[in-house]
Design a protein around this ligand. Structure first.
Ligand code: SAH
Length: 445
């Protein structure tokens, strides 16, 4: 096979990244924007030793699940992968992906439940970080740092587009330069918006420390009846892909957002993690609670606890909650949130879970039920060793990456924890990402 050749292929599978896969003479060809069962004409754009990449030229035989992509940026923007298929196809793709990973990587033969889904495919996100570049404000093209300028992203809340427009005007009026990555010049690097049910926090990430003058901008935003509660300037002077720097300057209002999940309230600082889907998170936590099976007496460990959300959502049903988290601002929020929600049975520790949890075990702490909710790279073995060494009855593993989940479930199986139930959750509609909640039970030994 050679670059620039054109082939007709049938799509027979999908990758973890959401691309269709077909074959030419046994060699796998990855083709974005296709669906299993389709016959497509593709231009070969890159050939490697064992596989190749194709560009979709024409759908010769469309799937019944193919729909018109309702986002004008879909075929350029790197944010979403699945606008070309209907909801059914998206949900079954996600279930299948979890099943495949568990079996292939983890040798775990458990059929996941159908993907749990709130059915809201648009405007579900409560957080966005828009790069600001000389080419415009928007999101990156796939696998690149080239920005696709956009006026509205359909995953974001309605207010984002309004605020972005006002910021564009304000930048022009105040002569604020966009950040140019190549030569590390300019001022404004990112616009970071976080929106709760009732309020919005605006964070402006700059390269330089000089405080921005935002009076004009603030007046405009308020004029649009958007309930902004604070404007924070975050300073990031490093040459890095990491969005946020360490230093925050409060320009106006307060430097945190308040949101609620069920009847629990949360204070959220810019640096703290918070689940991004405003419609699905409560269900995720409810499932985690169901799996935790608390009766009121148990000691619950909430490992990778962020601002304390899951543990506090479940605290009333637990004897005691211990939370562990690496980001100091998040731990501070978790402690404040415990006070805010009058939760007296929780304790929080700041540090690496893989270092702190073994220490807690050494000090004699025990757990009946453990929640693990790690970032994409999953858990380190020394953490899983420490967790299993206190023999909790159940472990609830919440994962945003099926491949590392599968690896960790296999390790936990060796430690005597059986995967009992697996539920994929559609936290990131229209993208290839999937959240999964898993119940593991200690085998009788
Ligand atoms: N359970 C929380 C947060 C989950 S996201 C919620 O539902 O909101 C994962 C969290 O793990 C993030 O807050 C991140 O800061 C934290 N984290 C990442 N690496 C860590 C580590 N090695 N030890 C402890 N926490 C870590």
């Amino acid at each position: 096979m050679q670059k620039n050749e054109v082939y007709e292929i049938e799509i027979t599978g999908m990758t973890e990244e959401g691309d269709g896969v077909g074959r030419v003479n046994k060699m796998a060809v990855f083709v974005p924007y296709t669906i299993v069962g389709e016959t497509v004409r593709v231009l070969i754009v890159k050939v490697l030793k064992h596989y190749a990449f194709g560009k979709l030229l024409e759908v010769l035989k469309p799937s019944i699940h193919r729909v018109k992509a309702e986002c004008p940026y879909f075929y350029q923007c790197g944010g979403c992968q699945l606008w070309h298929m209907d909801r059914d196809a998206e949900l079954s793709y996600k279930r299948q992906k979890v099943e495949d990973c568990l079996l292939r990587i983890g040798k775990i033969d458990v059929k996941p439940d159908p993907t749990e889904d709130a059915g809201i495919m648009e405007r579900y996100r409560n957080k966005a970080q828009y790069p600001v570049t000389p080419e415009g404000i928007g999101f990156y093209r796939r696998n690149s740092h080239q920005v696709i300028p956009m006026t509205d992203c359909k995953l974001q809340g309605e207010h984002d587009a309004v605020v972005l427009e006002l910021i564009r005007n304000w930048m022009r009026e105040e002569n604020i330069e966009s950040y140019a990555e190549e030569n590390h010049t300019g001022t404004l690097r990112h616009i970071y918006l976080r929106e709760g049910k009732e309020e919005l926090l605006l964070v402006l990430v700059t390269r330089t420390e000089e405080p921005l003058s935002v009076d004009g901008l603030l007046k405009q935003i308020k004029g649009k009846k958007i309930s902004v509660v604070g404007i924070v300037q975050n300073v990031n002077d490093r040459k890095t892909n990491v969005v946020l720097g360490k230093k925050n300057l409060l320009l106006w209002g307060r430097d945190y957002l308040i949101d609620s999940i069920g009847d629990v309230k949360f204070k959220i600082s810019p640096q703290s993690f918070y689940q991004v889907n405003r419609f699905e998170t409560e269900e995720l936590y409810r499932l985690a609670g169901e799996f935790a099976g608390l009766t009121g007496k148990e000691t619950l460990w909430d490992i990778y606890c962020g601002i304390g959300t899951i543990g506090q959502f479940l605290a009333k049903k637990a004897g005691k909650v211990i939370g562990v988290e690496i980001v100091p601002e998040a731990v501070k929020n978790a402690k404040e949130n415990a006070v805010l929600n009058q939760i007296l049975n929780s304790e929080y520790y700041c540090g690496k879970a893989e270092v702190l949890v073994p220490k807690l075990v050494e000090e004699g702490e025990k757990a009946d039920v453990v929640i693990l909710d790690p970032p994409r790279k999953g858990c380190e073995e020394r953490l899983l060793d420490a967790v299993t060494s206190v023999h909790p009855k159940r472990i609830v593993y919440i994962s945003c990456k099926p491949s590392t989940l599968a690896r960790d479930l296999q390790y936990l199986a060796k430690k005597g924890y059986e995967t009992k139930k697996v539920i994929p959750v559609n936290m990131f509609p229209r993208t290839a990402h999937v959240e999964t909640v898993v119940l593991l039970q200690r085998q009788n030994t």
